[in-house]
Every structure is written in structure tokens, then in C-alpha cells.
Design a protein around this ligand. Structure first.
Ligand code: PGA
Length: 250
């Protein structure tokens, strides 16, 4: 049984004071059959203690310490209660020129250090229109999960399919497209790591997820959760989105 996962990616939004306000108003049902993670900016992390959800970071550097100006280590994040880290987000790939090699190194490093890395994959619009979306995303997946000899598998494998053309644009992939890609990626993971690993891995969809499309996305058999940007910033709206998504699971 895969436990549904709702991850908020706040990107560069919210000061510590704004985060405090969010935490005060964000209400989760204790009986919810879903897991919730908020990936907040670094300066907001110390505010997110004694909260009813897990806390994630949006970035880190895969070294213990050293001369890496501007970077942050997993030990520093761990002290703040962070257990999840995003890797391979398209904004890191495009704006900060993170290469496939660096993303693979970061994913593997976080997994080896007991974190839950979330691997984001996704195609640009022209790749989709050329019918190459599955090939593109499968290649991004394989960059991280092969060769398997040097991979220490995290306790939970989490892959987020985020088509670049759907991020922050209001254009969501159809539930069928999301299902289709997640099913393809699960098969690809099965080829690399075996069927039982693939069946327990969580596949999320991300890209303009909102309260009015969450139910149809969560109804898809291979969509185990969502990665939410804009619609996670307002406490009541995000709580409503989780409630609606969880209701589909029952
Ligand atoms: P969005 O962002 O929900 O605002 O489209 C998703 C993401 O980038 O993770």
C-alpha cells in the first residue's frame, strides 16, 4: 500500500514571520491517511518546529563541509528537523545550470545520508510536442538510478513528474497524461531496480496542481501524490487541497 504524499514547494516565498503565520493557520486532520511535507526556504526552517507535517529543503550541497560559499550541508538541515530534500527541480536545472551528473550525485548523497530525496523529472513543451516526453523523462530517471551498484536506496523512493510547461503556468497535464507518464516511469524503475521496489515507489505529479484538479489527479492509479508550488502558499487553500486529495483515497 502506497501512502499518498503531498509536498509543498514554496520556492523563494515567505519570510520567517510569514511562515509563522502560515503554521498558525494551517490545519491538518490528524486522521488523514496522507503524508504532508513542506519544502520551505532555509530561513523559514527554524520556525517549522512542533508542526504536524514533515519538513523539506529545496536544495543542499553534497559534501559534509568545506569551502562552498553560499551552500548548505545536510548536517545543517538535519539539525533543523529536515528529512526531505528536492533534487532535479527544473528551476535548478534551468536557472542554476544543475547538470544530470550533479543531480545524480545529490540524490545519491542524500539517500546515503538517510534523507528522503525527491527526484523531479519533466520535459519542456517542444519535447512533448515531438512525442519524446517519455524518452526524455526515462533518461532523467536512469541518470540517477543506474548504475545500481553505487546506489544506496533510500527507504522511500519518490519521483515527481513535473512537465516544465505546466509549472506555474496554470496549464495542468491531463490526469491521463500524468497517469501515463507515472506508469511509464514505474515500469522503467522496475527494469532498473526490480518490480517490488517499483511497486512501493511513490510517483507524484507536479505542475499547476490546484484545489479544482487535485481529485482527478489523485484518482489515477499510478499517481501517488502531488508536488505543489503556487497553491501551497496559502494555508487554507493548501489544507483544502490535501483534504480533497485524501478524500479520493478514502
Ligand atoms: P506550481 O509549481 O504548482 O506553481 O506549478 C510546481 C513546482 O514547481 O514544483
Amino acid at each position: 500500500m502506497r501512502r499518498p504524499l503531498f509536498i509543498a514547494n514554496w520556492k523563494m516565498h515567505k519570510t520567517a514571520a510569514e511562515t509563522q503565520l502560515f503554521a498558525r493557520t494551517f490545519e491538518l486532520s490528524a486522521a488523514s491517511p496522507c503524508d504532508v511535507v513542506i519544502c520551505a526556504p532555509f530561513t523559514a526552517l527554524p520556525v517549522l518546529t512542533d508542526v504536524a507535517f514533515d519538513v523539506g529543503a529545496q536544495n543542499f550541497y553534497p559534501e559534509a563541509s568545506g569551502a562552498y560559499t553560499g551552500e548548505i550541508s545536510l548536517a545543517m538541515l538535519s539539525e533543523l528537523g529536515v528529512t526531505y530534500v528536492l533534487t532535479g527541480h527544473s528551476e535548478r536545472r534551468q536557472l542554476f545550470r544543475e547538470s544530470d551528473a550533479l543531480i545524480a550525485e545529490k540524490y545519491r548523497y542524500a539517500a546515503a545520508h538517510g534523507f528522503y530525496p525527491v527526484l523531479c523529472v519533466g520535459e519542456p513543451e517542444d519535447v512533448r510536442s515531438q512525442g519524446q516526453a517519455v524518452v526524455h523523462c526515462t533518461r532523467q530517471l536512469a541518470q540517477v538510478f543506474s548504475p545500481v551498484e553505487t546506489l544506496k536506496r533510500p527507504e522511500k523512493i519518490i519521483i515527481a513528474y513535473e512537465p516544465i510547461w505546466a509549472i506555474g503556468t496554470g496549464k495542468t497535464a491531463t490526469p491521463e497524461d500524468a497517469q501515463d507518464m507515472c506508469a511509464h516511469l514505474r515500469n522503467a524503475l522496475s527494469d532498473l531496480l526490480g518490480e517490488s521496489v517499483a511497486q512501493t515507489a511513490l510517483f507524484l505529479y507536479g505542475g499547476s496542481v490546484k484545489t479544482d484538479n487535485i481529485a482527478s489527479l489523485m484518482m489515477q492509479p499510478d499517481v501517488d501524490g502531488v508536488l505543489v508550488g503556487g497553491a501551497s502558499l496559502e494555508a487554507e487553500q493548501f489544507a483544502e487541497l490535501i483534504k480533497k486529495g485524501c478524500a479520493v483515497i478514502g
